[in-house]
Design a protein. Structure first.
Length: 329
């Protein structure tokens, strides 16, 4: 059966330490690109395809933006978000839908409860229930619907791989990564997801995050707008206390996690990391990416240590920390 890289082709990226004992180990692969796009460091197998999962969202958002939909600021950030469903996030999603008089029922993502604990508890106390707008990918789906209306494409079936929107997304992905996807599947939100190598993923994300608004090419102008929006509105990209938001706020990076242990991150100077934790856990992916950028001298180790305290990486014993999740790269 086709699949991603295996254990033998992985390296240890992080450990879970409890009271001085290594309780668990996270293996995976990672690649670091210099600001010029050269391979600075390669750990494990970075050529075998992976599903980027939500790390594909920047490519999907750029495809929407180059299809004629104007997204700027918070609207652009929510279009590539894996948001936690706060009232502010939901307001942005509804605002996108309202542009064309679309109902939340048009969203193709499944109903969900807010990921944010406070928002979830408030909703349940008020008698509310799961809705599509609360789903973590609803901003992406709202933006996709706008692209359909803008271009006269059918709203119904917009998640089909044969739909013009999905073909546009695939074209953008291939142009930016320089790869033709090795496999395609259905993501957790119902949208197509395409397998590319960590090398291709890193190159594509670097092109997005280092693009200039002065570029003669619309693809890169819109990419620059998206990257700028994510850095300016980190709360919209994820949510209060979420790792992507913490990393962007504290260190000025572009960060986008993907389910099953995927992370892409670009430092302010353009140094870029793409990684996958093989067991699918995301608990170590942010700190591993930050450490790789610090080791590449793209971030300061002391600044990473300060941000690390907000990433909830403590291992608890009763009501006190007795260890930590830490990168070993």
């Amino acid at each position: 059966m086709a699949g991603t890289f295996n254990i033998a082709d992985s390296v240890e990226l992080a450990v879970v330490e409890r009271s001085g004992f290594i309780e668990s180990r996270h293996a995976g692969s990672a690649i670091v690109l210099t600001p010029e796009g050269e391979v600075l460091r390669s750990l494990g197998d970075v050529r075998t395809p992976v599903f980027p999962r939500s790390a594909l969202k920047p490519f999907q958002a750029v495809a929407v933006m180059t299809s004629g939909v104007v997204l700027r600021g918070e609207d652009a950030a929510i279009a590539m978000a894996s948001h936690s469903g706060t009232a502010a996030h939901v307001a942005l999603v509804k605002g996108l839908l309202d542009r064309e008089g679309l109902s939340a029922s048009a969203l193709g993502c499944p109903p969900a409860l807010p990921g944010d604990r406070t928002a979830r508890e408030q909703l349940l106390r008020s008698g509310g229930s799961a809705e599509r707008v609360f789903m973590t990918c609803s901003g992406k789906h709202a933006a996709m619907l706008l692209a359909c209306v803008q271009n006269g494409w059918p709203v119904e079936g917009y998640l089909s791989p044969e739909h013009p929107l999905q073909k546009k997304i695939l074209d953008v992905l291939e142009r930016l990564t320089g790869e033709r996807p090795a496999a395609s599947a259905v993501d957790g939100c119902g949208a197509p997801v395409h397998a590319v190598s960590l090398t291709g993923l890193a190159r594509g994300i670097q092109k997005i995050t280092t693009a200039q608004t002065s570029s003669p090419f619309a693809l890169y102008r819109e990419a620059a707008e998206l990257a700028s929006a994510a850095r300016a509105h980190p709360w919209a990209v994820a949510g209060p206390g979420q790792p992507d938001t913490v990393a962007i706020e504290r260190l000025g990076v572009f960060a986008k996690f993907g389910a099953e242990g995927v992370m892409v991150m670009t430092a302010p100077n353009g140094t870029t990391v793409a990684l996958k934790v093989l067991d699918g856990s995301s608990r170590a992916s942010t700190i591993v990416a930050l450490r790789l950028l610090a080791d590449a001298r793209a971030l300061d180790h002391d600044d990473v240590d300060l941000a690390r305290a907000e990433l909830d990486l403590w291992v608890m014993g009763g009501d006190r920390p007795v260890g930590e999740i830490r990168a070993t790269v």
